[in-house]
Write a protein that binds this ligand. Structure first.
Ligand code: SF4
Length: 421
């Protein structure tokens, strides 16, 4: 597939407004502003676009909930807090095609009736901040942002809000708290942000990639859009591949491209001719898959059926030399560090799991540690405010499901070492 969202991304001028316009940019905006907001929402619904942040919720449906709410002002927030290990799919849009995102945001804001928007940017992306701010000021100068967009009396103001580098602020309600100047911690849902969001007002939070799909839907129509990708999950998808592959990087492909094709065709296969051992398909919070499970379409529905999740589409590839106990320990070290501490099962459980994994990895594993890992995970799953706790538990459980023998051998080695002493 030719690049659509990432088209011309290699060009050094791709972030500039003149280049974007010359390549056909800002043409979907006047077209959309000539339609009614409800017609745009209907188009997005018919396109089948699902949020690209990880949850895969239908974008048009989310918009319709906010659009129906009569409270004002409404807000449109772009989630650019790309903090999941292995995930860097939004970075090229933020740094090289910021106007695609801005155009998508103006159309989306018009559809839901939002007059204010923020791009909540990952703290670790300082380069993107400058690029986005320059692009926003260019868009104001050309009349694509402001009080009278393209002379139609439509108002939308946009600015960048930089986070402080906390993973949890990528969760939409924690993002809202952080934007409001509070400590970034998730809120209980319901009420959902579409009705009670930023400053208590209706708020739509969409991911960078989701919003960047909107100009394309307006340009080619929902029927044309739904022909790309898989029937249940249409459209293009940006996958990023890291780990033991020959060509790690970012690949824009139709949604539903198989995991095997992504690894062996696009990312060039496993480094040094080694054997594939495991894959984390959607960022470190998604359950690991063994090597024999890669004949699966990378879309929200198929990945769930395969026992994992598409997540952000960030694929981490591990070859035969990888120690899965160490991977699990490193993952839990991350979750423990990033747990916001609001709920006990996550705050205490992630630390406990990390400690057990650490002692197994250090050669101090005990009989019953595997059962204990499963037990602690079960006591986190489904008992936390936000998905971080679930993610930590699912990672451990999937590791034990597919690589239990390796954990047992680690513990056994400990015992034989004791006997030798
Ligand atoms: S699950 Fe963890 S990160 Fe999420 S609210 Fe609870 S303590 Fe915070």
């Amino acid at each position: 597939m030719e690049k659509i969202l990432l088209k011309n991304i290699e060009n050094p001028d791709s972030a500039d407004i003149d280049f974007y316009i010359k390549q056909g940019g800002y043409q979907s905006l006047p077209k959309a502003l000539g339609m009614t907001p409800s017609d745009i929402i209907e188009m997005v619904k018919r396109s089948g676009l699902r949020g690209r942040g990880g949850a895969g919720f239908p974008a048009g449906m989310k918009w319709s909930f906010a659009a129906c709410d009569t409270k004002t002002p409404k807000y449109l927030l772009c989630n650019a807090d790309e903090g999941e290990p292995g995930t860097f799919k939004d970075k090229p849009i933020l740094e090289r095609k910021p106007h695609l995102l801005i155009e998508g945001m103006v159309i989306s804001a018009y559809a839901i009736g939002a007059e204010y928007g923020y791009i909540y940017l990952r703290g670790e992306y300082p380069k993107a901040k400058g690029i986005l701010e320059k692009a926003i000021s260019q868009a104001y100068e050309r009349g694509y942002l402001g009080d009278n967009i393209t002379g139609r009396g439509i108002r939308f103001h946009l600015s960048v809000h930089q986070g402080a580098g906390a993973y949890i602020c990528g969760e939409e309600t924690a993002l809202i708290d952080s934007l409001e100047g509070k400590r970034g911690q998730p809120r209980i849902k319901p009420p959902f942000p579409v009705n009670v969001g930023a400053w208590g007002m209706p708020t739509v939070v969409n991911n960078v990639e989701t919003l960047s799909n909107i100009p394309l839907i307006i340009e080619i129509g929902p029927e044309g859009y739904s022909k790309i990708g898989s029937p249940d999950c249409p459209g293009p998808k940006i996958y990023c591949v890291s780990g033991h592959v020959n060509r790690p990087g970012i690949y824009e492909l139709p949604m539903g491209t198989s995991l095997r094709e992504l690894i062996y065709t696009h990312a060039g296969g496993i480094r040094n001719g080694r054997r594939l051992k495991a894959v984390v398909p959607g960022g470190i919070s998604t359950p690991v898959l063994p090597a024999d499970a890669i004949d699966v379409a990378m879309d929200f529905v198929s990945m769930t059926k395969a026992g994992s999740m598409l997540g952000s589409g960030a694929t981490i590839v591990m070859d035969a030399t990888t120690c899965m106990v160490k991977v699990a320990w490193r993952a839990l070290k991350f979750f423990e560090h990033e747990s916001c501490g609001k709920c006990t099962p996550c705050r205490e459980g992630t630390g406990w799991l990390r400690q057990i994994l650490q002692r197994i990895e250090d050669g101090r594993g005990r009989d019953g540690d595997i059962e204990l890992l499963n037990d602690v995970s079960d006591n986190i799953l489904g008992k936390t405010f936000c998905p971080l706790g679930d993610a930590a538990a699912m990672v451990v459980k999937s590791m034990l499901k597919h690589f239990k023998k390796e954990f047992e051998e680690h513990i056994k080695r400990t015992h034989s070492a004791e006997v030798l002493k």
